[in-house]
Design a protein around this ligand. Sequence first.
Ligand code: UDX
Ligand code: ADP
Length: 479
Amino acid sequence: MQEQYQNTADAAVLSPNKITSICCIGAGYVGGPTMAVMAQKNPDIKVTVVDLNAQRIADWNDADLTKLPIFEPGLDQVVKEARGRNLFFSTDVETAINEAQMIFISVNTPTKTYGSGKGMAADLKYIELCARQIAKVATTDKIVVEKSTLPVKTAQAIKSILNHTGNGVKFQILSNPEFLAEGTAITDLIDPDRVLIGGDQTPEGKQAIQALVDVYATWVPKAQILTTNIWSSELSKLVANAFLAQRVSSINAISELCEATEANVEEVAKAIGMDSRIGSKFLKASVGFGGSCFQKDILNLVYISKSLGLQETADYWEQVIIMNNHQRDRFANKIVQTLYNTVAGKKIAFLGWAFKKDTNDTREAAAIYVGDRLIDEQANISVYDPKVNAKQMQSDLNYLNTRSEDQNKTYLSTESNPYDAVKDSHAIAVLTEWDEFKTYDWQRIYDSMNKPAFVFDGRNLLDTEALESIGFIVNAIGR
Ligand code: UDX
Ligand code: ADP
């Protein structure tokens, strides 16, 4: 293939098996764990993860592995093995870009909070900034890999910025969406169902794809590495998340029906999940899905569909979000109604704030919305979460912009111990499925609470019968 290139520099960068230096922009939930595993599995490749946030980089470099900025089971061991060997964390973005042959973009793409597409479209300002920075400092040809979830056709924008710098540097753009789920990131990365790589179907594009395939092939079986055109790859990420979220909203819709009848949603989920055409995963009824991906990606799909004039398609997917919002509201309303239609001045304990167990990530967590709704009713919320700190909880609530920061401080408090959080409360709401909640001394908890003592199990986590035998009044999703 190399004879196709007149210029030997092109061939060096674009020919497969030649990647020795990788840079990743963004040391967050995606960039950090992904690069840690990539470096662990490719000791011959230098992997540098850069971020503008100096504190975050300092935390990644902390000798004490419990101080890593992201909590993920198993991450500390991977970092321990690779850091300082071929894995580096730095704030020197420009040097890392310049050194690397392959640059991953793993910056955040939150939903826009302003202007056209507000509340729906992805905000691409961080992506554009990255593209401009790469364009500015690159002096050798680069393969640029989109790792962040991006709306379809973003590669075109990145390409346009990169290709109009006028300095003669050549770029190939690849899409390599991340399918890791938080809390299981390390196992998902080490043993992925598939790796998806999209690129231009030109000879240069195919060589860039091959270069990335070779990076993954050191640990992922070739049959599990799918290559597609770039648009299919970008869209597949949105669709995968939309399908998963749709299952959660579907079972959550049925949970409401179960509560209105004698059916038990756990039994229904088990019965339908055993149909191999349906399958058992993602059928756990809950207080609603959270996380940085599901809502954002579906809104993105809705926005793209609307922009293309596909109103029915937009409405179809938007309903998944409407159902999720309804499930959170319904849960909060049930607490208010059950506590005799007033929670003003009552203490309500939250077990869990993170959007799911085994992560310290709180983006779009159900707890934020349920908390906000109960504070509207002037309840005093006392939260315990094993990995989320008080500052994060306040900032999550403040981000909703419902009331002043001082008011949020008055109504929301955080405890570092579950027994303090529940003491003198009227009710407990389980918002995250942390395993440790099952191991508590529930008799002790009952004894310390106001009576009647209620449990609202938003995750169907606890043993209802055992709690009822102690004296609790238990409400669970879909039962
Ligand atoms: C998701 C996708 O799974 C992953 O492939 C993608 O790359 C990023 O988005 P993540 O957001 O980390 O990953 O978590 P996930 O395990 O998918 O859970 C999302 C939300 O749905 C959580 O709040 C979870 O508690 C909830 N959920 C999940 C349910 O309520 N019920 C279920 O059965 C499954
Ligand atoms: P994700 O879940 O997508 O990984 P995070 O918010 O955890 O999202 O991580 C994204 C990271 O990207 C943040 O640490 C942020 O500081 C970083 N970032 C955003 N823009 C830039 C940029 N232009 N250069 C370097 N780092 C950036």
